[in-house]
Design a protein around this ligand. Sequence first.
Ligand code: FAD
Length: 429
Amino acid sequence: MNTIQTTLHPSRRRLLAGAAAVSGLALAGCATGGASGPSIGRVVIVGGGFGGATTARYLRMWGGNVDVTLVERNASFVSCPMSNLVVGGYKQIGDITRSYEGLKAMGVKVMQGEVVAVDVGSKKVRLASGAELPFDRLVLSPGVDFMNDQVGGLTAALDSGRVVHGWKAGPQTVALRKQLMDMPDGGVFAMSIPRAPYRCPPGPYERACMVASYLKTAKPKSKVLVMDANPEITSKKGLFERAFAQHYAGIIEYRANAELREVSGTVAKFDFEEVKADVLNVIPPQRAGDIARTAGLVNVNNLWVGMDWLTMEASAAKGIHVLGDATFSAPAMPKSGHMANQHAKVAAAAIIQLLKGEPVSATPVVMNTCYSFVTAKDVIHVASVHQYDDKDKTFKPVPGSGGVSSAANQIEGRYALSWADNIWDDMLA
Ligand SMILES: Cc1cc2nc3c(=O)[nH]c(=O)nc-3n(C[C@H](O)[C@H](O)[C@H](O)COP(=O)(O)OP(=O)(O)OC[C@H]3O[C@@H](n4cnc5c(N)ncnc54)[C@H](O)[C@@H]3O)c2cc1C
């Protein structure tokens, strides 16, 4: 098994300074690591992923003295970014798992549990255990949940474990890797991509490359069938097409406009084709995480949370801040870990300012970079910068900013691994 080594570690301090500057959020008199004195307010955060963990950390760093409680259902954080490397066999699940000890050391109260109800009026959340937590401000960063009922037989197929999604990292990632290793040479690995928007636009195509990279050497008679409900590759199209042709000709077959309708065992019925797979990897259609719906915040297409982007509050409820994948994305804004991390910084600054009765920043700027491995070492990126537009009350891409790699290359392979180390530290260290 190959294990990719991280060789480049840009200083975390540099990344943090850059993050604050690019977000336009430097706060006068920022404390680092929390402070003494009377609490300026109680903030409860639901979800310890990219958005929630970053908010917790930055509230403690920037907040003077904010009382921060983070509720997360899982005992530790497992990263979706880099999880495709686990599927391909180039990393182990432990390499993408981090604990919440760093946040605890910063004074965040970390509770493992499931939030099952939000009482907006009386400002408290209820956990499955029955415990109640009062808040002055609430942050929800629950990620996505799946609409399995939109595909016939999918719920039963996922419940049986015969079909896995691998779109929330953890046991599903490990199960998908195991299915791939157990697949016979000459077998078919079929994956289904839902209609956009879904979390991580380039993620499915990176996964196809990682699976094909493994099969190319371990089981060269096998095929990867990429069945895409979208009319074309949704991100870094030209670069992925080049990677498919250059590295995986005869292995990856790509079909557009192929929406999954029904699953039975590992037989999948798409719009114009039926596929019998040895491994069937279904990425289900997605919407905002359940707790956003339970809280009554989902008000766009019955799927996503409409936003006040200046404060990151839900448009349906003042005082409740929603981040990351659960939001109805601003124009050209991806659902990514990097973007959730940026949302978190806008929210942390706004929460502190609101708790202090000060005006929030009127000119936030956020950015995104998303790396994708196309071989074990070669990587491509897409980047963008988004500036708040006061007239239209949303973030808009800054003309001329960002772009994509000119070609896949190994330098970006090292940048990608460093990006992951840095953002995990920026959330959790
Ligand atoms: C295969 C793959 C590859 C990806 N690669 C990249 C990449 O390279 N770069 C990038 O920027 N992004 C990438 N992403 C996207 C990224 O993972 C998501 O956009 C990001 O996780 C969104 O952050 P979030 O805070 O909205 O949700 P999450 O990070 O998913 O966090 C949500 C958390 O909330 C918890 N939770 C939910 N509901 C409750 C509840 N009721 N009570 C308690 N806890 C709850 C969940 O357990 C979870 O830990 C990738 C995604 C996938 C699937």
